[in-house]
Design a protein around this ligand. Structure first.
Ligand code: C5P
Length: 232
């Protein structure tokens, strides 16, 4: 069954802890990204783990293999459950991340690859030397490349997950942001899907931020999304 991950897009550890406590049993998984991690460091990961929650540490690592390996080892020691890397870091870097994660056994971090940032269009890709492929073709190529070199799954748009889940082996994880329950504000997201659509198309983990964090009752908003997911 697909899991709901709440994007803990706040600036301080105190705010993060308050949100996690407020949401309580309605959510068991939180995403900590660059903003919060840069502000508060590993202590915020420890705090969320101590509240009994799983952590998706979304730092989108892209460096030489040894550095990425060591960062994944550090994440594993913190008890992180999911970590992201950039697939364009290359085969050796992806394998180094996967091998480091594997040292923690079944409970260690799962490695997710970013294929093409959703902020990039065809011209942006050409600027960095990716010519002759549309963003969608590049997403598919990098998805195959990353998963065949040890990544456990992908971060992808809910609009891509249907095609990717048909193309890749069973057991691949698909983490999709850009999810909006019907009737909620889209904000700056451009291509959104409802929780039910994302799950139906193959998402294994949905990342939702503002529709939960900014709701008058975040726990109720999260429960409603989980109900919608479970009905699929
Ligand atoms: O508030 P919202 O539900 O839009 O939050 C989505 C989360 O997923 C944010 O943390 C955002 O940075 C992240 N994300 C995204 N789109 C991507 C990759 C990550 O919205 N392509």
């Amino acid at each position: 069954m697909a899991e709901l991950i709440v994007a803990l897009d706040v600036q301080t550890r105190a705010e993060a802890e308050a949100k996690v406590k407020l949401i309580g049993d309605a959510v068991g998984f939180y995403k900590i990204g660059l903003e919060l991690f840069t502000a508060e460091g590993p202590d915020v990961v420890k705090a969320v783990k101590e509240l009994g929650k799983k952590v998706f540490l979304d730092l989108k690592l892209h460096d030489i293999p040894r550095t990425v390996e060591r960062a994944v080892l550090s994440g594993g020691k913190l008890g992180v459950d999911l970590m992201t890397i950039h697939s364009v870091g290359g085969k050796a870097m992806i394998r180094a991340a996967a091998d480091a994660a594997a040292t923690f056994g079944a409970g260690g971090p799962k490695i997710l690859a970013v294929t093409v940032l959703t902020s990039l269009d065809k011209t942006d890709l050409e600027d960095v030397g990716i010519v002759g492929r549309t963003p969608a073709e590049q997403v598919a190529a990098m998805a195959r490349f990353a998963t065949s070199n040890g990544a456990n799954g992908l971060v992808c748009s809910p609009k891509e997950v249907g095609e990717l889940s048909r193309m890749l082996p069973g057991g691949t994880l698909f983490i999709t942001p850009g999810v909006r329950p019907a009737g909620t504000a889209i904000g700056d997201q451009k291509r959104v899907a409802t929780p039910a659509d994302a799950v139906r198309d193959g998402s294994t983990h949905l990342v939702v931020g503002r529709p939960i964090l900014a709701a008058p009752d975040p726990a109720a908003a999260a429960r409603a999304i989980r109900t919608e997911m479970a009905a699929v």
